[in-house]
Each structure stands twice: as structure tokens, then as C-alpha cells.
Design a protein around this ligand. Sequence first.
Ligand SMILES: C[S@@+](CC[C@H](N)C(=O)[O-])C[C@H]1O[C@@H](n2cnc3c(N)ncnc32)[C@H](O)[C@@H]1O
Length: 247
Amino acid sequence: MVVHSVKTNQEDIYKNLEAVVRKYAATTFLRPVADHTRDAFEQACEFVRAFYGTASAECAEVVLDSGCGTGESSIHLARKFPNVPVIGVDKSAERLTKAGNEHQLKHAVAGSMELPTNVFWVRAELLDFWRLALEKVNAGEWKILHHALYYPNPWPKESEATRRFHLHPIFPTLLRLSPVTELRTNWGIYAREFKEAARIAGDLLSLNLDVEYGTFSPENPETAFERKYRAAGQELFKVTTFGHSSR
Ligand SMILES: C[S@@+](CC[C@H](N)C(=O)[O-])C[C@H]1O[C@@H](n2cnc3c(N)ncnc32)[C@H](O)[C@@H]1O
């Protein structure tokens, strides 16, 4: 895969960012949840239930890897959180078929070719999966300890800006899912927008968020895209929100 840096006609953060974020902080995203994502979500719930088994706690701790692509990052997360089920979600069946294959394990795991038993991949639409997951969080059945959002599609044309997660009606749901949301991107404008949108929406929704922003340089890349961006010498950005859901 050839990796170009992001080409955009935007010179700075989206000019209507504040108005868009304010509008969506005051509305609810009502699009019906697709049946296939409901089924996929049920599979993820079953994995979590089976993982905890008879030791099943009332509130199950979970880690979410959203837009996991070929799933390499899910393996890293599964190693960082060995006692917690890690759910990798992507809508691309083709990418998910590579999840956990030998080539990937070689990249993802220094010294071990074993696939962690706490990782589970599922094909689903995030805009629906997140709303179902938030119902679980609000019901006190799930606690999403860490939400990884690594290299989401940037939608770099200004005319497509409202397809970016932080400029979409889903954003309040996304921010409420987990006390720790970690965005990684190779596009500085996207990172600054996400930071700004999280700050604005966090205040409006009384989420009490701390938002950290910066560049980083991974010694061991954790996703397929991250490895390629790094090899191409691109600057990488990270935004992390820390906070509490306000229910
Ligand atoms: C640029 S790739 C990054 C993949 C992976 N995180 C990585 O770093 O290698 C973005 C991924 O997000 C997935 N994706 C984008 N929008 C999605 C959505 N609404 N629902 C589910 N997956 C989505 C795509 O299928 C793709 O695999």
C-alpha cells in the first residue's frame, strides 16, 4: 500500500466546527440501528459473558477497538489489558479476514505467536454499535475501560467534513462511551478538530473531560496504518479524552 499524507482543501480546522458540535450536542442521533449490527453486537455481548463465565461481574469491563481494520491493534490492546475482553469492530469484512493471521501476529507480538484469548473481532457499523454499547454502559452492565479509535477515515475534503466522527450527530455517544478515548491520526487538522470538538461538547454535556493532545512517535507501531505512516516519515497525532460519563 502506498501511503500519501492527507490531501485536503482545508487550511485550518473546519470553519463551522463550533456550530456543528453545538447543534449535535443538543440533539439525539435517531437513525434506526441496522439488524446486522444488532446481531453483531449480540455476538460481542456473548463473548464478554463467556469470557467472565461464572465469575461474571454485574458490570463487565471491556476494551473497544473501533475501526480496527485488520485487527493488529486489538492484539496489542489484548496484551495491555490481559484480563479484559477486547472487542475489535470494523465494517470491512475483507480487512477482518486478516485479523489474527500469522503475518499479523509476527508484527504485533514480539516473541509470541499465540493469539490472546481475550480478543474478539466483529463486523459492524460503528454508528450503530456505539449506540448499543452506550445502552450497556448506561445500564451499568459494561464499563469500557479504554476506547481506541486509531486512524479513522479522515474525510479530508471540506465538503465531507460532517462525516468525521467529531462533526457528526454520533459524537456525544462516542464521548460518553468510555472514561478514556484515544484517537490517533496522521492528520494534524483532524486531531485539532477532535480536541476542540471534545472540549466544546464535553462542556455542553457536562462530561467533565480532560483533553490531551500531542504528537507521538511510536517505537513499535501498533496498527497496519501506523506502521506505514511511520515508514513514510509522517507526523502522528494523539488526542486522549479522560472523563466520566454523565448519565
Ligand atoms: C484508515 S483505516 C484504519 C484501520 C486501523 N485502525 C489501522 O490503523 O490500521 C479505517 C478503518 O475504519 C473502518 N471504518 C470506517 N468507518 C467505519 C464505520 N462507520 N463503521 C465501521 N468501521 C468503519 C474502515 O473499514 C477501516 O478499516
